[in-house]
Design a protein around this ligand. Structure first.
Ligand code: AMP
Length: 453
């Protein structure tokens, strides 16, 4: 099957060829013809499967007909995080270079004035996070009655972040006759309910979960002790052929401390977490994409869905609390057919988390020993023993008050799924807990981009 068989325009085929893609991925092959025929669609697919192009490509051809109207976007794409929204915008720029479509990005952390100006002119594509979209809607700055194509991307992530009530409100403001595409890595009951309510006779396409079937990713568990993690990590960074690596930690403080430690050992590393404002996050990501740094220490939400080419290694410095996060984390490597390695550090406290991960992925992950002293913990981790009993080499400075109070980043201990809907209402409305006033730098080009002009 080639892209030419999918019914896309010559302009799009040219853009796809220039992007270097020779054939469609399975989700693209199944989704594109149906979207072009204006059908509703449920795509059960992870990032890494090519799902973004599966909706961006046909949308560009559909929107090529018709005209924009002030305040009334013609199509809407909802994304859970600012980074994902920015990535989808980049996809529109790349594939839409031979079309004359206008696009606006509506995300928290950016001054509202510029976003309103873009909307006032009229846009073909509006890419938004639900919180910011609701704010503008409530202020009467946007009308959704002309929006005939809606994409709800990463729906299960939206659920985790408490966006479902906002999405229901948004859906009810759009014309009933619209086309709706919903993408989700998993289909928990609240997402199924959402799909039943707002999609009409959808075609369902399911592609394999990367974590369960992506044999391109070599997964390993590294039993260690909490106080030896950095040493074991450095040992792996030396012994493995690292091209680029993302290292995930469960807490923001760990992200900061680990990055500092790696830099002091001479590694070209950077960090990304929810305490950084949007411009700082994007700047750090750009350094990583450009190759100024080849190691990025990250927290879960900040790194969600990051699409960086050629990430050779993922390290879970902390085993994730929630098995879905494991799937998302290791999916940063082994993308689009490339090989990747994922190492997860395991302490005596992680047994239950690992059991949940192995249950979800349906596979037993190989245990490996790294470094002579990195055998499985025979005694309680040093951090649990009284300070005076600890060996000199194990001692760390007493935690600062901030560290002592450090709370898990972005997600507390994994809540049972049944509580998810109740949690929805309590959670923050924008991604990553950062407030909306955080953008200090110049407005980046992708906030208001006119394609192909
Ligand atoms: P996504 O699942 O949308 O996050 O895409 C994952 C990665 O696959 C991105 O880097 C895309 O640029 C890349 N990609 C998308 N479609 C194709 C294709 N047909 N062939 C090769 N790579 C692709």
């Amino acid at each position: 099957m080639s892209f030419a068989d999918l019914g896309l325009s010559d302009e799009l085929l040219r853009a796809v060829t220039e992007a270097g893609y020779s054939e469609p991925t399975p989700i693209q092959a199944s989704a594109i013809p149906s979207v072009l025929m204006m059908r509703d669609l449920i795509g059960i697919a992870q990032t890494g499967t090519g799902k973004t192009a599966s909706f961006v490509l046909p949308m560009i051809d559909i929107l090529a007909q018709g005209r924009t109207r002030a305040l009334m976007p013609r199509s809407l794409i909802l994304e859970p995080t600012r980074e994902l929204a920015a990535q989808v915008a980049e996809n529109f720029e790349k594939y839409g270079q031979y079309h004359k479509l206008s696009m606006a990005l509506l995300i928290g952390g950016v001054q509202m004035g510029d976003q309103v100006k873009a909307l006032e002119k009229g846009v073909d594509v509006l890419i938004a996070t639900p919180g910011r979209l609701m704010d503008l809607f409530e202020r009467g700055k946007i009308l959704l009655t002309g929006c005939e194509l809606l994409v709800i991307d990463e729906a299960d992530r939206m659920l985790d972040m408490g966006f479902i009530p906002d999405i229901e409100t948004i859906c009810s403001k759009l014309p009933k006759t619209r086309q709706t595409l919903l993408f989700s890595a998993t289909m928990p009951p609240p997402i199924k309910k959402l799909a039943d309510k707002f999609l009409s006779n959808p075609k369902t396409i399911e592609v394999a979960r990367p974590a369960t079937t992506n044999t391109n990713i070599t997964q390993r568990l590294v039993p260690t002790r909490a106080d030896r993690k950095r040493e074991v990590l450095r040992s792996l960074l030396q012994s493995e052929e690292i091209h680029t690596a993302i290292i995930f930690c469960n807490r923001k403080t760990t992200v900061r401390e680990l990055n500092k430690s790696l830099r002091s050992h001479g590694y070209a590393s950077g960090e990304i977490h929810g305490d950084m404002d949007q411009s700082a996050r994007i700047a750090e990501l750009d350094r990583f994409k450009r190759g100024d740094i080849n190691i990025l220490v990250a927290s879960d939400v900040a790194a969600r869905g990051l699409d960086v080419k050629g990430v050779s290694h993922v390290f879970n410095f902390d085993a994730p609390w929630h098995p879905d996060d494991y799937v998302h984390r290791i999916g940063r490597t082994g993308r689009a057919g490339a090989k990747g390695s994922a190492f997860t550090f395991v302490t005596s406290e992680d047994a239950e988390n690992i059991a949940n991960i192995e249950k979800l992925t349906g596979q037993t992950i190989e245990r490996v020993t790294v470094g002579e002293r990195a055998e499985p913990p025979a005694e309680a981790p040093a951090a649990e023993r009284p300070r005076r009993e600890r060996k000199r080499s194990e001692r760390r400075p007493a935690p600062t008050p901030a560290e002592a109070e450090a709370k898990p980043v972005e997600r507390a201990a994994p809540p049972p799924r049944a509580k998810e809907e109740r949690r929805d209402r309590r959670r923050h409305r924008d991604d990553d807990g950062a407030d909306d006033g955080g953008w200090n730098g110049p407005i980046p080009a992708f906030l208001e981009v006119t394609l192909g002009r």
